[in-house]
Unconditional design. Structure first.
Ligand SMILES: N[C@@H](CCC(=O)N[C@@H](CS)C(=O)NCC(=O)O)C(=O)O
Length: 205
């Protein structure tokens, strides 16, 4: 049994952590849940994540939830994979900005657009401001690339990149040339390819 166990539904937001685990390269087990059958609402899983959501990651005796937190944790815990920017480096501030930008700005901007409110919220009330500004900020960062932190691929690319990839597949994010080129760079990564293949096999079970 590996020290790391991913509670996963295939495909879902936990697929982001599956990719991250492939980037990290440490052994891990998968506990597959069916959201359709409501496995995530059963008492044994609610004891792991009371939110009833995937992903959750067990590392030894500790359970971590929230995909951006899990990716940040894995990058710091296994620095040999060089997916983090270490404490003590000012650039870490920028790296953390992108890790928080995923769940704090990108995801709410995309979800709000897909499921709009009856009454439009004031820009100042929304943490992401507005959809177009959010997209422009990311487009500029990935255009400079190849990765969000320049030459170094990091956990921030997993968090933001997965969201862009899925968002474009589901037509929730515009296929801007900067995003398409960034997604192609991601798709060429062996770890992303391994994760995609594993997820496909798991989904067909
Ligand atoms: N804030 C969570 C969101 C996780 C999430 O919404 N997961 C979905 C799958 S994509 C889920 O578990 N849905 C099942 C449900 O809510 O019943 C994260 O970023 O990890």
């Amino acid at each position: 049994m590996a020290d790391l166990t991913l509670y996963h539904a295939s495909p879902s937001r936990s697929s982001v952590v599956l990719w991250m685990l492939e980037e990290v390269g440490q052994p891990y087990d998968i506990k597959l849940l069916s959201l359709e059958k409501g496995d995530n609402r059963q008492a044994d899983y609610l004891a792991i994540n009371p939110m009833g959501k995937v992903p959750a990651l067990r590392h030894k005796d500790t359970v971590i939830t929230e995909l951006a937190a899990i990716c940040t944790y894995l990058a710091d815990e296994f620095p040999q994979a060089q997916l983090n920017v270490p404490i003590g480096t000012p650039r870490r501030g920028v790296y953390l900005k992108w890790l928080f930008f995923g769940p704090g700005c990108l995801e709410p901007a995309v979800v709000d657009r897909a499921a709009p409110r009856k009454e439009e919220a004031r820009r100042g009330m929304l943490g992401y401001g507005d959809f177009d500004t959010t997209m422009n900020v990311i487009a500029q960062a990935v255009a400079e690339g190849p990765w969000l932190m320049g030459g170094q691929f990091t956990a921030a690319d997993v968090v933001i990149g997965a969201n862009l990839r899925w968002g474009m597949i589901f037509k929730m994010i515009p296929e801007r040339p900067e995003f398409v080129a960034y997604a192609a760079r991601i798709a060429a990564r062996p770890a992303a390819q391994r994760a995609d293949a594993k997820d496909k096999a798991l989904a067909s079970r």
